[in-house]
Design a protein around this ligand. Structure first.
Ligand SMILES: [Zn+2]
Length: 293
């Protein structure tokens, strides 16, 4: 069985033809064009024509999603006009195929639970540290998401420092403003330094000022993981996203900060899937029974 997995981001849309074993048979990227609908439909229909035999379509997208109805409840200004789009209904009617839609961080969590770093585990939390902080919870083998506002498991918007840094959600002090690429850049600027987060990590072994910032970051990340353990008692916490590419420089610091904050022992692993997590996780949505219609 072949499935089309689609990963929608603010600047590009990646589409992959995936087989039942999770192999990527073909993939391509197109720029994100606005309005996203009907552009997305045109791109999906083109892929279906070019790759006969695709039986379902999974969509992972930025934003808050109603996973049952497959509608975008809220997307930030990254994807203007996307809020309110009934993606599942429109694409199912255009393609005649089953379509599932989920938040992209939830897709990343699904692929780590089914094929990746937490394969075989039923309860996991996946933190995707990119520009922002994406969170995905797998609860008894299934994605925990949805809710009346599509906001369940929006871990990035739990408040870490009340009254702290202003977040894209309009409130202050969210996890995302501290534990993400954006948060690292802000810490660097506030310290009067001029370097990328990657340079910060690399310098931290020799430079005490850089090390201080990295330790503040790993402490906040440890608080996030500890908070999630209290809420979900997951078997494994998985850390992915672009910031995790430099994990060799800060992993030991994270584990030492985490140790006194945990209620119970916890397995902490680096994500296995990098950029492929989006399309693979989106494709896996169509293998889930939860949304079967
Ligand atoms: Zn927020």
């Amino acid at each position: 069985m072949k499935v089309l997995g689609v990963d929608i981001g603010g600047t590009k849309i990646r589409m992959g033809v995936i087989d039942e074993k999770g192999n990527i048979l073909y993939d391509e990227r197109v720029p994100t064009e606005l309005p996203l609908y009907p552009y997305l439909e045109e791109q999906v229909l083109r892929m279906l024509r070019q790759h006969p035999g695709i039986e379902a379509v999974g969509i992972g997208t930025h934003g808050f999603v109603d996973p049952v109805g497959g509608r975008i409840i809220y997307a930030t200004e990254t994807l203007p006009g996307w809020t309110g789009t009934p993606v599942k209904e429109k694409l199912e009617s255009a393609t005649g195929l089953r379509v599932e839609v989920e938040n992209d961080a939830a897709c990343a969590a699904l692929v780590e639970a089914k094929l990746g770093a937490a394969k075989g585990r039923d309860r996991i939390a996946v933190l995707t540290l990119g520009t922002g902080l994406g969170g995905g919870i797998i609860w008894d083998g299934k994605i925990l998401s949805g809710g009346p506002h599509g906001g369940a498991a929006e871990i990035g918007h739990m408040i870490l420092y009340p009254g702290g840094a202003l977040c894209t959600c309009g409130r202050r002090g969210c996890f995302e403003q501290y534990v993400s690429g954006t948060g690292l850049r802000r810490r660097i600027a506030e310290a009067g330094l001029d370097m990328t987060p990657d340079e910060l990590f690399r310098r931290s072994e020799a430079d005490p000022e850089a090390r201080k910032l990295v330790e503040a970051f790993t402490y906040d990340l440890a608080v996030v993981i500890s908070t999630l353990q209290a809420a979900f008692d997951m078997e494994t916490a998985v850390i992915g996203g672009g910031v995790s590419d430099s994990a060799e420089y800060w992993w030991d610091s994270l584990l030492s900060k985490l140790d006194p904050l945990l209620l119970h022992p916890l397995e902490v692993k680096k994500a296995q899937f990098g950029n492929d997590a989006g399309i693979l996780g989106a494709a896996l949505l169509t293998a889930e029974e939860r949304n079967a219609s």
